[in-house]
Design a protein around this ligand. Structure first.
Ligand code: GLN
Length: 315
């Protein structure tokens, strides 16, 4: 789990008063911070991303340093606090999104904390794949659509589905109450809360009454083999929730569970769609085949060419 120091700042930006700095002060601060970033091997664009989030100054203006002459700049934190945040990025390798308390995903700005995984760019594809899969179902999917996002975390997938399929209802489940609080906050902020129902529990457990009714299930379950976790970047290993990463000894524990249980919940022709890790595709396809409830099993690569997604349909 993430360190408590980072959590404190990232969750409180709204409760702190805005500060004012001069352009010159900020220019000097940025210059020093860039120097430290180079020494620590942190890309300089992360600093400008953080400054953009905290001041609203465009990246190009930051890069050209044309803010230097401004008399005053409004900033979310006083510079000493900003220095502390930057030290957490450099020394403790805290991801910049936790420090800013937000991440960009598809075209959403999502609140994040160390209770949730920072949504990844490759996961963005899941939404388009889910919508496309509706067309390719072997059975007509009539009636009102209902999606399940199991292990919703920040709510990213549920929000993406709610937006991409405007007449559907989304059921978003997570076992972590603090993750659900973040997901609900994001849904309210994006005005999608009426379309998403949130449940606390393990995978399908809270959706017992919807058996046989789901048009589709989408999940980005934990899939990293436990033994590999310590080899992940320190940004991930030391700060992101292991609950969202650790897939057991071969990484497939949760995927196996989702294969075993989803048959009872999906309607005939219903979509089963997950994200997985490089190297897991053959095993996942085989598990789906062996289970017997699924057809049209497909493996799809992400934009980097890695076999990243598995799709199947309820027979
Ligand atoms: N893609 C994430 C990572 O590489 C892992 C997400 C997951 O386990 N679902 O850290």
């Amino acid at each position: 789990m993430g360190s408590s120091e980072t959590k404190d700042w990232s969750l409180t930006p709204n409760s702190l008063a805005w500060s004012l700095v001069s352009g010159l002060e900020l220019w000097q601060w940025r210059k020093d911070a860039l120097k430290m970033a180079t020494t620590a091997g942190v890309p300089s664009k992360e600093l400008d991303w953080l400054l953009q989030e905290l001041t609203g100054i465009e990246p190009l203006v930051l890069r050209l340093e044309s803010f230097k002459g401004r008399e005053t700049i409004k900033i979310r934190y006083p510079l000493p606090v900003l220095s502390q945040l930057w030290q957490q990025r450099l020394r403790q390798r805290c991801p910049i999104q936790y420090l800013a308390g937000m991440a960009h995903w598809r075209h959403f700005s999502l609140k994040v904390s160390t209770a949730v995984l920072i949504p990844r760019p490759e996961t963005e594809c899941l939404i388009d794949l889910a919508i496309e899969a509706l067309q390719n179902s072997p059975k007509p999917l009539s009636g009102s659509r209902q999606w399940a996002d199991l292990g919703t975390g920040s709510g990213a997938i549920a929000l993406g589905l709610a937006e991409a399929d405007p007449s559907a209802t989304i059921h978003a489940v997570d076992c972590s109450a603090s993750a659900l609080a973040i997901a609900q906050h994001n849904a309210q902020k994006l005005d999608l809360a009426e379309r998403i129902q949130f449940y606390q529990g393990s995978w399908w457990e809270p959706l017992e009454t919807l058996k046989g009714q789901l048009t589709g299930m989408v999940a980005n379950p934990p899939y990293i083999p436990s033994g590999l976790l310590p080899q992940l970047q320190p940004e991930v290993y030391a700060h992101e929730p292991h609950l969202a990463l650790d897939g057991g000894s071969d990484g497939l524990d949760c995927i196996r569970e989702l294969i075993a249980t989803s048959g009872d919940y999906l309607c005939p022709g219903g979509v089963w769609l997950i994200e997985m890790m490089a190297g897991q595709a053959t095993a996942v396809a085989e598990l789906l085949r062996q289970q017997g409830s699924y057809c049209q099993i497909q493996i799809i690569a992400d934009l980097a060419g890695i076999e990243r997604f598995a799709i199947a349909y309820r027979r």
